[in-house]
Design a protein around this ligand. Sequence first.
Ligand SMILES: [Zn+2]
Length: 268
Amino acid sequence: MFALAVIVTLLVLVFIVWPRLRLRQVLAKAFPSNYAKILRRNLPQYRYMPTDLQLQLKRRIKQFLHEKTFVGCDGLIVTDEMRVTVAGKACLLLLNRDAEVYPDLTHILLYPGAFVAQRREVQSGGIVTHTNQGLSGESWSDGRVVLAWDQVLGEPENQSHGHDLVLHEFAHQLDSQTGSTNGAPLLKSAESYAKWSKVMTQEFEQLQSDLEQGFQTIIDPYGATNPAEFFAVTTEAFFERSEALAHYHPALYQQLYSFYRVDPRDWR
Ligand SMILES: [Zn+2]
């Protein structure tokens, strides 16, 4: 009995008390000045944010960098610039929210550029096909995000078109926290889900219809693939083209605002 109590106490110390103490120490440290420079350079929103949001962001970044492991692939050497840029963009999605820092995520795999992902599919009749796909990003619900570094910063023109690879993949991470990646992240109540579902379904169907008729859309056409991609591309647009999204899709903007709890239109 005594031995069991000792083992339980040790387990609590090793797996609960010690990690919390370590995290507290990490959060108490000053945010390195070279990290702040990286944020100002690579995260356009940062310099326009009010101080309290900047502080929140820096705190989340410190936790993210403490808890997640970055792995360079295909010979890539991971630098502070890569780690801070990815963490900064990922943590932009957590501001003002009572959310943990991607609790299911453990590893970020960084490739220098587009990477080839092998896919194995079993067709009817038991035929197995292997395909090679060139990708710039992937989000897995088993704790991994994979990114092509040359696409993380992207071209300035990409941002003006509302594209951001990191925001996209981390929106998928938020989506998968519910247990299924289906375009609905964790919301507060059944009522919130009902509103979310109504607005998102309408907007998703509108995008599909606009594209079928050959209309230009401010939402990335890739969002018409399925509701999960719709949530990911509208998240990109919410942070990168907030004025246009709010103007042309006010109901959609309102839903994203109620989830993300920041208004990127203020960051100008
Ligand atoms: Zn996607």
